[in-house]
Structures are given as C-alpha cells and as structure tokens.
Design a protein around this ligand. Sequence first.
Ligand code: SAM
Length: 289
Amino acid sequence: MEQYYWDGKIDYLSNTRGLYYNDDYIEFLVRTVWKIERPVRIIDFGCGYGFLGLKLLPFLPQGSTYTGIDAGVQLIERARKVYKDLPYEAEFIAADIWDANIERKYDMAVCHAFLLHISDPIEMLKKMLNCVTDRGKIACFEPHWISAMANQHLHEIRQSQIIQLGLLQKLFEDDALRTGKDGNIGMKLPIYLTKLGVKNVECRVSDKVNFLNPYSKTNLFESLREDGVGAHPGEREPFIRNLVDRGVSEEEARQQYENELLFSITFDNDSWFTCASNMKITFGTVMRG
Ligand SMILES: C[S@@+](CC[C@H](N)C(=O)[O-])C[C@H]1O[C@@H](n2cnc3c(N)ncnc32)[C@H](O)[C@@H]1O
C-alpha cells in the first residue's frame, strides 16, 4: 500500500519547525495576549507529531490537556513516543478529521500549518469551531507564503535575481483557485473567522527571523534547505512543464528555472542569509447563543 504523504514527511516536519517561533514569543501569546490562567483542554487539528503542543504546553497552567488528531498513523505513533516521558496529559487520535466525530468539550481548538493543505478550509474551520465550548477559543497558526518569500535576503544577490515575487504571487493565487488549498490563507483567516461568527478576532505575526552566517554553529542551513530554501529546481524541462501547466507562460517558467538554479548554486552553509517565515496567528472567541 502507498504510504500516506505526511507519514513520509516526519523528518521534514521535525527538521523545519524550529524556523518559526522563539519560545519567549509563544510564552507571550499564552500568558500576555491570551491570558490563559486556568487549565485548558486543547485540541490540535492536523497535529503531526504534536509540534504545537510541545510549544504551548510548557506555558499553559498545570492540569491542561492536549489532544492531537491527524490522519498520519505513523505521525501519531511518533507523537505518542515523543510525549511518552513528558509531564503532560496528552492523547492522540489517528483519524481523517473529515470523518471524525469530535465532541464539543474543548476550551481551545488550534492548528499549525494545517488549513493551507485543506481544499475546503471554511468547512474545516466550522469543524474546529464546533468542538469548542461556549467562550472557548480558536487559534490558527498558518502561513502567508508570499510574505515568507518577500522575507528572504541573500547577501550580495539582488532579491529579484532569485525570487520573482510577481510570478510567485500569481502562481500561489492560481493554485489556490484551482485546488482550494491556499498557501496565503494566513492573511485571510481574520476575515473567514469573523464571517463565521467568531468574536474579538485578532491576528499576530510570528516573531522569528533566522540569521545564517559563516559563523553559525547550528543546523540552520540544513533546516532551511529542508524547508525548500534555495532548493535545486531539478531537471529543466519537467520543471518548466509543471509551471506552464499551472498557468505560467513558457518564458516566465524558463526565467523562474534560472532564478531557482542561481539561488541553489549561490546558497550554502557559508552564506549570509536572513529570512522570516511570517506565520500569521489568528485567534478569537467562540460565543454560543
Ligand atoms: C504541514 S503538516 C503540519 C503538521 C503539524 N501541525 C506541524 O506543524 O508540525 C499538515 C498535517 O495535516 C494533516 N492533515 C491534513 N489533512 C488532514 C485530514 N483530513 N485529517 C487529519 N489530518 C490531516 C496531515 O496529516 C499533516 O500531518
């Protein structure tokens, strides 16, 4: 049987999550912005190996519980292993969320890098809202790809030589229209949630700026590469065909190939490079009745 796509991405997930947030920022969100002072029951939609729980739980009041649900059976196995010896009350459910009957008993529904992979995100948001009790919260940590692309700087290379924002903007928009899956969903969630009746909706931006330099003694370069930064575009003709099939002109596709090739050749462990993922964190309160 073919492996479920995300089960094959466990290494990718664990090697790239460190690019997004500083822990003090998460602490700030939990304690200062959300003001969570009493234990909460949290459910994480599309939890993967439980990344978001690992970030939030250290700052949540003792007695809080974390439930992760994901379609990846191997991801859920990994999550159980990761949490086994941790001092948190956590449970994991392997299920396709579309088929799952989730009880309305949670104080907070959260998700991280999940809605962008869903072809009907509004229906999924309804499912998230449905499992939250009166005056509970929803918080979605989702990307806005085009701002993430704008926030990449490789020293001594003009950004337009390696990243064509105009073309990417069109590509992301067209892909979203064609598939329903939207890598720019982060900036739309304040609107979606408010239209779904969520109150007091606010949106924040992730804080972390990654700084790679020849003196870095970390695995930042490997994480960035794993995240696709400066990735080799592969063989020329299939790359171009793929872009043309997605609505880009042949000339633009050829130029994009050259840009990505230059990026991949120029970007290495000794590069001076800065980037910010620009994740958008949208949250609000569910009021019933
Ligand atoms: C990019 S991963 C993010 C995982 C995790 N939230 C993180 O940030 O590390 C997207 C996750 O959504 C899950 N997912 C997508 N559609 C799903 C569905 N219909 N039911 C359950 N999980 C789903 C995938 O299995 C995958 O683990």
